[in-house]
Design a protein around this ligand. Structure first.
Ligand SMILES: *Cc1c(COP(=O)(O)O)cnc(C)c1O
Length: 227
């Protein structure tokens, strides 16, 4: 198993760099978040040893436990990327360097409360760009009011928008969703765009992603079920 994560990481980094080159963007303009949900801490150590520093986790308790287990890895940044229940905000607020799935004011208020006195937590508001029948993400029309409230909260810094459109082989459709998110972020004065997964991160970069969240291409298929 051992060299595999490093090899996969190198391959993904090359693809990120190539997409940046096609888009005429510097490679430093994209942060690769390695999504390690449901994968063992040992694989995170391998990726860290290969130079990876940003890691994404979906489940609050799993994030809490891995952060404790890997506390010796200096400079590792945790990105909480999954929907959060209010009663689990405390686990995320303590260890996360960013939260990517904000779509409820109740969660924003709880995060704000838990971060008071600490450095503000960078947050991305999740938007349901394709108007899909998915559970998560704000409707684009609700974004203005939501941002007005979220931006007023201490302890949080709204830095951008996030989307997780359903994977599709339809490139035009995928790009259209990414373009919608970019236009919304521009309209609301937000510089960061968290979009693109294993399936579509190159398209996302070409459409302006500043953060891509890649799991399977780095760590392989996930066999375990969410808790
Ligand atoms: C799991 C997950 C990813 C990574 O998906 P892959 O297809 O494994 O790259 C990215 N973003 C979110 C929100 C996820 O839940």
């Amino acid at each position: 198993m051992s060299a595999q994560v490093a090899e996969r990481l190198a391959a993904v980094r090359e693809r990120v760099a190539a997409a940046c080159a096609r888009a005429g963007r510097p490679v430093e303009s994209v942060t690769l978040v390695a999504v390690s949900k449901l994968k063992p801490a040992a694989l995170i150590r391998e990726a860290y040893a290969a130079g990876q520093r940003d890691f994404g986790e979906n489940y609050a308790q799993e994030l809490r436990d891995k952060a404790a287990e890997l506390a010796d890895l200096e400079g590792l940044r945790w990105h909480a990327i999954g929907a959060l229940q209010t009663n689990k905000v405390k686990y995320v607020a303590r260890v996360a360097g960013a939260f990517h799935a904000l779509d409820r004011l109740e969660v924003a208020r709880e995060l704000s409360k838990r971060r008071e006195g600490a450095a503000p937590l960078p947050v991305y508001v999740e938007v349901n760009v394709g108007a899909e029948a998915t559970k998560s993400g704000l409707a684009p029309a609700a974004l203005g009011d939501f941002l007005a409230e979220a931006r007023a909260l201490p302890g949080l810094q709204v830095v951008g928008l996030m989307a997780l459109p359903p994977p599709t082989e339809d490139e035009a459709r995928a790009r259209a969703d990414f373009q919608s998110l970019r236009a919304l972020a521009g309209a609301h004065g937000l510089p960061e765009l968290s979009m693109g997964t294993t399936h579509d991160f190159e398209w996302a970069i070409e459409e302006g992603a500043t953060v891509v969240r890649v799991g399977t291409a780095l760590f392989g298929e996930r066999e375990l079920k969410p808790p």
